[in-house]
Write a protein that binds this ligand. Sequence first.
Ligand code: MF3
Ligand code: CO
Ligand code: CO
Length: 278
Amino acid sequence: MILKRGGQLKDEHPGRVTRDGIRIHAAEDFAGMHRAGRLAATILDEIAEHVFPGQTTGEIDRLIEERIEAAGAQSATIGYRGYRHASCISVNHVVCHGIPGDKKLRDGDILNIDVTVIVDGWFGDTSRMYVAGKHSRKAERLIQVTHDALMTGIEAVKPGNTFGDIGHAIQTHVEGHRMSVVRDFCGHGLGRVFHAPPNVLHYGRPGSGARLEEGMFFTIEPMVNLGRPETKVLSDDWTAVTRDKSLSAQFEHSVGVTADGVEIFTLSPAGRFHPTYG
Ligand code: MF3
Ligand code: CO
Ligand code: CO
C-alpha cells in the first residue's frame, strides 16, 4: 500500500526540541502565535495617534496596558524580572528597554515602542518606530535602514538556511549604509514562553549557527545606531543607551518558519509598521 505523504504532515510535528534547544512547534501552533502577534500589532497601530510632542511615555504605556486588558489578554512584561510596565519606550539614543515615565516627548524625538502580549498562553512580541512631530532627515534615514534591515533578515528565513544567514543579511544591509548593528542585545525564540533559545544575532557569517526548521518560532529585532555599536545600561538596570549618545532605532517582528519560508505573526493589520512620512 502506498502511504499518502501529505496526510501525515501533522503527525510529523510532535513536540520536539533540536539539539540546540530550539522547540519545533506543531502546525496548529501557528494559529495561536498569529492571534497573539495580531493583538500586539493592533495595539501598536492604535497607539500611533497618541504619539506627539508634549505626550508622556507613561501615558502611552497606560493606554497600552488598558488595551491589553480590554482584549482579555495579559502583558508579558509586567512582572517580568521586576519590570513594571506594559511596554518599553526607547527615545532617541535609548537603544532598548526604556522605562515609560513622566518625561514629555519633544518635537523631533524618535522612539521605539515594544509590546509583548500573552493570548491563550502564546506570546506576541513586536516593536516599531514612531516620531513625535517633525523628524530630521538623519532620523528618517536611520529608521528606514533599520526597518529594511529587519525585512532583509526576514527574507532569509526558510528551512535549510541558518541563523547566521539572517544575521549576515542584517549586518550587510546596515553596514552598507555606514551605520552599526548593536551586539549587546539579540532576538530570541518564543512561543508559550517569552525568551527561549536560540539567541538570534543581528550579525554573523553565512552558513553559521543552527539550521532553520519548519516550526521554529522566534523574534528578529535589530537595533541600529547612527554612531558606534557600543551600549551601556543605566543605573535603573534596564535602560540601554548608546555609549556615544548617537541615535538608535529598532524594529521587531515575531516569525515562524513554514515549509517554504516564513510567516510574520506581528504584521500590522493597518499597514502601519513603517512610520509614514510627509
Ligand atoms: N519585548 C522585549 C524583547 O523584545 C523584552 C522586554 S523585557 C522588559 O525581548 F522587561 F524589559 F519589558
Ligand atoms: Co523580543
Ligand atoms: Co520586544
